[in-house]
Design a protein around this ligand. Structure first.
Ligand code: ZN
Length: 131
């Protein structure tokens, strides 16, 4: 297992980690298998989405802000409940196929880390399993 360190820059931030994940897959030497990713945090998440137009990332954050609003009567005293809810909506883990030593992703797909309660230092684990 490897870990990818991520330093987020704002309260809400989206960081493309595709290149770091691809490097971890290459280092593993596995040619065919599965790359499993796990986000080790409860106020952040990982997903796959468009890596070309940065407006897609901004729209994702905007839509989540409207789905999970700051002013609701949350019980959690820490004050970051919207971030916890967004984390669960987007998800903590991903499994991506590996073929020929490379991640199998669509042309426009990238692996993105979603920060909902930053800026912070974050970590994503990478577990590569050969078949
Ligand atoms: Zn909390």
């Amino acid at each position: 297992m490897q870990e990818i360190p991520i330093k987020t820059q704002a309260r809400e931030d989206i960081v493309d980690i595709t290149r770091q994940v691809a490097s971890a897959v290459a280092e593993s030497g596995v040619k065919d298998g599965v790359c499993h990713l796990n986000c080790l945090h409860t106020t952040a998440a990982i997903t796959i989405n468009e890596n070309a137009d940065p407006d897609v990332k901004a729209d994702l954050l905007m839509a989540l802000r409207n789905l999970v609003q700051d002013g609701w009567p949350y019980a959690h005293a820490e004050g970051n409940s919207p971030a916890h809810v967004k984390s669960s909506l987007v998800g903590a883990s991903l499994a991506i196929p590996i073929s020929g030593g490379r991640l199998v992703l669509g042309t426009w797909q990238g692996i993105i880390f979603c920060e909902f309660d930053g800026p912070r230092s974050r970590r994503v684990t990478v577990t590569v399993v050969g078949v």
